[in-house]
Unconditional design. Structure first.
Lengths: 342, 252
């Protein structure tokens, strides 16, 4: 008797969740609107460029050029996505690029060993990030103010120590570092592009498949809730600032190795391209939402516009105007979409 | 095994010059529902946050399950089996349901990576069995901010219950709930009792507290001003005492 009622009861329970009426594809589109949106923007721009200059855009060199220059800010836009998801901001990374390279060139001069110099560069990035994190978390300075301060500070350190003079990196071409970081894979694909993909993959795993990554979303969404649920808010914020500093130093290395020269002004010009990649990629300025994929695609859109405009035969003066149009247009669409969806 | 699940002895906590709680002695028995009453600013929230590890006491001792716990973090308290449904619900509104359910203790696989699939499956199961969501529009991926007040409370409660809590703290759980949702909540508290667990129930509504609590503790100006077993006192007597406390600061 009992057995039969039990069987009956289990039969009545629907298997799994009640099946939604939408198809799998429909659900996928609905749950990834911003990723699909940014791909559509990329495709649209590519089609425009292709129409404007079919010869250029049907050959490999233009893509090689994108893969060579976009990584310089893309490797910073990726961890900056985490910073902004956590509802913080970092404006100091252009200066940290240069500070990291200062550590590199001083260590290289002192030891003659590029491996040591590279470790010093990464350590300088971690240090700069840690200081930003501690200023924000322990002292309680808003990140906007703290990182403006450290931005001036690190730039100042670089200028004082170098006296404004740069240094050649030509000797590094004889070491493992140059081909590893900015060489050409199979003689074609810039290594910095490969590193961008590696970093994007690693950060995707961190953000989407680890508890620390989950904490980044939760802290950015509602800090008080996160704290009440036992999430270590301070540690989470410090982690994103450290990753940002580390990536900035690494980006400084990529740029300098590609140019084979370290300019103390290194980093200038990357602030807005990195920030706009993050926002164009669908990360909310209010924290709590954003994706690595969106930022990666958006970086290449930003990177392509400059080269694409010139290749399409327009004057380079158009670049900024078109940046502006695309950023304002895409972000407006995102905001409208977000309102519709909720 | 001591008779009390939770015991606080002479606990003090000040914020600057303000003594939020002073010399509090408070206990929760095993399988006991304790109602906590008191005006705004009586120290209820501080008391709760001391138990959950959010604040640490300045002086005094806290024991949970015969273990001294006055230097806990929230994560450690949750691991011990102290679960709280906060007044503000402590949800992350822009995140999907499954992230809210597993907030702060996401499931991981043997490589230490989050097992997203299993968390979503668990969420789906809980939605059917505990939260009573039957609408097909709500899935484990649904974002919390689209939910009604009662649904959000359901999420917060399910989250507390899912993790085998020994002591469940409900901080003004009926706030903003409809009549039927409130009734569901009271059933839920009765369920805690039936399952052999303990509960601290905080509410402004004296009827709610009286109807579910075994014992009522009255808090006033940061200290315990009295306690009664609900079986020894009528609702009218309790209300009369509460009025007296509000006016004179003393129960008699």
């Amino acid at each position: 008797m009992t057995t039969s009622t039990e069987t009956q009861a289990t039969n009545q329970v629907p298997p799994g969740r009640p099946q939604p009426t939408r198809s799998r594809l429909g659900r996928f589109i609905r749950s990834h609107p911003f990723q699909i949106g940014i791909l559509a923007v990329a495709a649209f721009i590519w089609i425009l460029f292709f129409i404007g200059s079919p010869q250029t855009f049907s050959a490999f060199p233009i893509y090689q050029s994108f893969m060579s220059t976009t990584p310089f800010f893309a490797v910073m836009a990726l961890p900056l996505t985490l910073v902004i998801i956590a509802k913080e901001i970092d404006l100091s990374f252009p200066s940290v690029m240069s500070f990291g390279m200062l550590a590199f060139s001083l260590t290289l001069t002192a030891t003659g060993n590029v491996a040591f110099a590279f470790i010093a560069l990464l350590a300088a990035g971690v240090l700069a990030g840690l200081i930003n994190g501690l200023l924000v978390v322990r002292i309680g300075i808003p990140a906007l103010v703290a990182t403006i301060g450290t931005s001036f500070f690190w730039r100042g350190v670089v200028l004082v120590v170098t006296g404004g003079r740069g240094s050649s990196l030509v000797p590094t071409t004889q070491t493992f570092l140059h081909p590893l970081l900015v060489g050409r894979l199979f003689g074609k694909i810039p290594m910095q592009f490969v590193w961008t993909l590696v970093i994007a993959g690693a950060l995707w795993v961190l953000l989407n498949r680890t508890r620390r990554g989950a904490a980044v979303y939760l802290v950015g969404d509602n800090e008080d809730s996160a704290r009440l649920m036992g999430i270590n808010v301070g540690r989470t914020k410090i982690m994103v600032f450290v990753l940002m500093g580390l990536a900035a130093a690494f980006a400084g290395m990529l740029v300098s190795l590609e140019l084979l020269y370290y300019w103390p002004t290194l980093g200038e010009g990357y602030l807005l391209t990195a920030l706009s990649s993050v926002f164009l990629g669908g990360t909310s300025v209010f924290g709590g939402t954003g994706t690595i994929f969106g930022t990666l695609v958006a970086s290449f859109i930003i990177g392509a516009i400059n080269a694409g405009i010139v290749a399409a035969g327009m004057a380079g003066f158009w670049t900024q105007l078109i940046y502006g149009l695309i950023i304002v247009g895409s972000v407006s669409i995102q905001v409208i979409l977000r309102k519709r969806l909720s | 095994m001591g008779e009390n699940l939770l015991e606080m002895n002479d606990v003090n906590k000040s914020f600057g010059d303000v003594a939020a709680v002073h010399n509090i002695n408070f206990r929760v028995g095993r399988n006991e529902i304790v109602g906590l009453l008191g005006d705004n600013g009586a120290g209820k929230s501080t008391l709760i946050k001391l138990i959950t590890g959010y604040h640490q006491p300045d002086t005094g001792e806290i024991f949970f399950d015969d273990q001294r716990i006055d230097h806990l973090t929230v994560a450690q308290a949750r691991a011990l089996g102290i679960e709280t449904v906060y007044q503000e619900r402590a949800l992350a509104e822009q995140q999907p349901l499954w992230r809210n359910i597993f907030m702060g203790r996401e499931l991981t696989n043997r490589y230490g990576l989050m097992d997203v699939k299993r968390m979503k499956q668990e969420t789906d199961r809980l939605m059917l069995e505990s939260m009573g969501f039957t609408s097909t529009a709500v899935t484990a991926d649904s974002v919390i901010k689209t939910f009604s007040g009662g649904e959000k409370q359901g999420v917060a409660i399910t989250r507390a219950l899912h993790f085998k809590a020994e002591l469940i703290i409900l901080d003004e759980p009926t706030m903003g709930l409809s009549l039927s949702e409130t009734r569901k909540l009271m059933d839920f508290v009765a369920d805690i009792k039936r399952q052999g667990k303990s509960c601290i129930f905080i509410d402004h509504n004296i009827f709610h507290v009286y109807s579910v609590a075994d014992r009522v503790v009255v808090l006033d100006r940061g200290t315990v001003s009295g306690e009664f077993y609900t079986k020894d006192i009528t609702l009218d007597q309790l209300m009369e005492k509460m009025y007296r406390v509000a006016e004179t600061g003393s129960l008699d």
